[in-house]
Structure formats: structure tokens, C-alpha cells
Ligand binder design. Structure first.
Ligand SMILES: [Zn+2]
Ligand SMILES: [Zn+2]
Length: 116
């Protein structure tokens, strides 16, 4: 397994539902909680059909409210959401590939993937 920068600091701001992750290489990723939940990588959300990540429609604010973020082994974090969903394992690699900062994603996120 290759080396990937890992989050050293994770700060959730409930007023704008943003999860700011600072990585070990000083990169800061400003993740809208909705964006992370919408692309929840668990089998229940993504199914087994393969292809790219599938966007899940968000219908309740509780689905994008973060209760806790816990580290999984030394490769991932899991996010506990207010609606009880906690099966998504977000690897450090996947998180960095999803990073929506202007440097990683100059065109920005589509409107529907930002705030609720
Ligand atoms: Zn899920
Ligand atoms: Zn970035």
C-alpha cells in the first residue's frame, strides 16, 4: 500500500455544514458535509454495480449532520451521521481524490453537491 497524506486535523462547522480537513502535507480540504454524504462509499449507498461513485439524493438535513469522525486503522476515517448512518469508510486516498479545493477542483462542485 502506498503512502497517502492523512488528516491531522478535522474540524466540523455545523453552521455551514463544512468539514475542514488538514492533511499531513499541510493541504486543507474544505468538504461540504453534503458532498461527503452524497458520495458515501458504503455498499448500501453505492451498491455493487461498479462504475464511478454514485450520488445519493439527500432529503433530510440529519443526513448531512456530522456527529463524529473516527479514524479507521491507519488508512481511513468513518463519519457518523445524525440519521445513524455510519458505514461509510472514507480512505485517505479517496478523500484527497475528492478534494474540492480550488487547487484540486478548479471548476468547483456542482451546486447540488454543496450546502443543503
Ligand atoms: Zn452509505
Ligand atoms: Zn485540494
Amino acid at each position: 500500500m502506498g503512502y497517502y497524506p492523512h488528516p491531522v486535523e478535522i474540524e466540523y462547522k455545523s453552521d455551514d455544514d463544512m468539514l475542514h480537513m488538514t492533511f499531513s502535507d499541510d493541504h486543507i480540504s474544505p468538504f461540504p458535509a453534503k458532498y461527503l454524504r452524497g458520495y458515501c462509499p458504503c455498499a448500501r449507498c453505492q451498491g455493487h454495480s461498479g462504475g464511478g461513485p454514485k450520488w445519493q439524493e439527500i432529503t433530510h438535513h440529519r443526513q448531512i449532520e456530522v456527529v463524529d469522525v473516527q479514524q479507521v486503522g491507519n488508512y481511513a476515517v468513518t463519519i457518523i451521521w445524525a440519521d445513524g448512518h455510519d458505514t461509510g469508510i472514507y480512505s485517505f486516498k479517496a478523500l484527497r481524490e475528492m478534494c474540492p479545493c480550488p487547487e484540486c477542483m478548479p471548476e468547483g462542485l456542482p451546486e447540488e453537491e454543496r450546502v443543503f
